[in-house]
Design a protein around this ligand. Sequence first.
Ligand SMILES: C[S@@+](CC[C@H](N)C(=O)[O-])C[C@H]1O[C@@H](n2cnc3c(N)ncnc32)[C@H](O)[C@@H]1O
Length: 261
Amino acid sequence: MTQVKKMKITAKKADGTIVEQQVTPNNFDTSSIWGQVADRYDSEIGWDEKVMGIGLLRRWLVGQAKGDVLEVSTGTGRNFDYYKPNQVDSLTVTDDHPSMLQAAQSKFKQYQTKFHNTFVSFQSANVDRPESLEKKRYDTVVDTFGLCSCGDPAGALVSMADACKSDESRILLLEHGRSHYDWLNRLLDTNVDQHVKKWGCWWNRSIMDLFEEDRVKEKVEIVSVSRWHFGTTCYVVAKPRKLRLICIVASSPLSACIIFD
Ligand SMILES: C[S@@+](CC[C@H](N)C(=O)[O-])C[C@H]1O[C@@H](n2cnc3c(N)ncnc32)[C@H](O)[C@@H]1O
């Protein structure tokens, strides 16, 4: 049985009393967790994914990847099975945690023949930090179950949009978070600290609300959504929002200001 480390995040109040704090990306660094999880990740989540039909959703989503493809938060490379190499020119596999990226790289050895005509590279990249992804470079950006784990999921969506080559590019997401149902959300909320400490994953995030944040709305447009497993699994196809030219304002005889929507 896997042991959940007993880690308490505490804060000192003005009167000196120590209170336990909820685990947030600001007070809890999940890096060490990914170091511990890498070796057992596939064996521990494999059965859950089978029962939930996640493999089918992955196949359906990842099979749409084409052209120059970026996968962020790749983890152990659970999507390698589902890419169609005849439609993928290059595949850039990234993750922020060396142990997970290493696991993906090891797994990839069994896929080398499948991808023999595709340029595949492995890079360390933190999706929270826009500068770690190449901008305007990719036809498809894939992220499966990554938004639950990074520090700034809205920022991650912006980074993904910035990495897209054009508004023809697609952002393919399979994510998990809050449900349609309050009873299930209460369970997710009650157990989130324990879950983060074991899996480095905030399973109670509202994935669809991220698309309502101004900085995301500005850059990302949803093409289609379907939700599964009481709404906890979100299958989203998105694209970078096309800037619409609203008007050009002449601010002086020699200069003009271009305003985009
Ligand atoms: C739940 S796993 C999902 C792995 C894989 N995408 C899958 O579908 O099985 C989350 C992954 O996100 C990675 N991760 C967490 N924070 C990240 C960040 N800020 N930037 C990039 N990767 C991150 C972790 O190392 C881990 O591999």
